[in-house]
Design a binder for this molecule. Sequence first.
Ligand code: ADP
Ligand code: MG
Length: 352
Amino acid sequence: MRIGIIGGGQLGMMIAEAAKKMNHNITSLDPLQNASITKFSDLHIAKDYDDEEALEYLYENCDVLTYEFENVNLNLLDSYNDKLPQGTFSLRMSRDRISEKNFARSLGIPIVQFKIIKDVEDIVIPSILKTTTGGYDGKGQSKITEKTQIDQLSLKDDKTYICEEIINFDYEVSVICSRDKEGTIAFFPIPINNHVNGILHTSTIHQPIEKIIRDKAYEYTTKIINALHYVGTMAVEYFVVGEDLIFNEFAPRPHNSGHYTINGCDVSQFDNHVLAITGQKVAFPKQEGYTTMLNVLGQNRDLLDNPCAKNNVEVYSYEKNSSIKNRKIGHININDSNIEEILMTLKSITKE
Ligand code: ADP
Ligand code: MG
């Protein structure tokens, strides 16, 4: 099939890689001439994501379209919905934290308490102040613990803000799953995610998480993916507090915390995304040993240039020349039947 991919970053690149293995033809759209995806795409259009002519070309010349990120022009994409299995409804819900949380709450899923902020006076102490759109990797967020922080704040006129209660979670998980056109949902093993400064640091698959949490995770995520009529791979992030699971956010696309599946399962989140959007049945992933995925940020480029030479360590570079601080430029999967071995290798790589 001819697949058009909107967005050419690492997610687009890994979708394209999986699609090429299945002999599909890829046209990619990304303003960067040398975007990561060009390693695998057959034709690259170096135009803006909301360039009407470029989108029209993708629509006319591809059998199916997919997006790898959320900041696309929704009004434009609406007219291409018949070739967009992920749909624009899922994007409409996910790209604004208020609609995202209200959507989860409407399905009976516990969410983080939040308040819409019109003025600095409305900010609650303590809380996490977040912009409602455009945030990722902890950007657009500040933890407010003292009044003096509020005094120094100025809210931007063109942004909407919420403040959220600070959840003292035991740990964080994400549910990665793929749904096909028949409505069958395939779940991947649930990773435990460790964030540093709001940026995903590691995702680890070890022993399955407690059954009561797992059951809730599957129940809530099934409600979400079905209500979105979503086709493709998506991820839902939750906070775990005791036996409770609290919805944080979802991403209607493959997700950073699912990169472990490339080595940790017999089918990856990208393979299942491609299967689903091309109208095939999703595969039920089998876990292969234990895995930890470590994100590599710009300041740690050395990990990509001088990779650890163990045979249970796989290094993935996103072909980005930049070494910008906190920018994701690759990831490392450590896969082994022995979790102690994984943790020791992780320590030796991160030198922590
Ligand atoms: P992003 O869109 O940047 O991923 P998130 O809302 O997922 O935004 O926040 C990033 C990380 O910050 C979370 O994974 C979590 O570690 C921390 N965080 C965010 N909101 C809260 C909260 N209300 N309570 C506690 N920790 C939070
Ligand atoms: Mg998040």
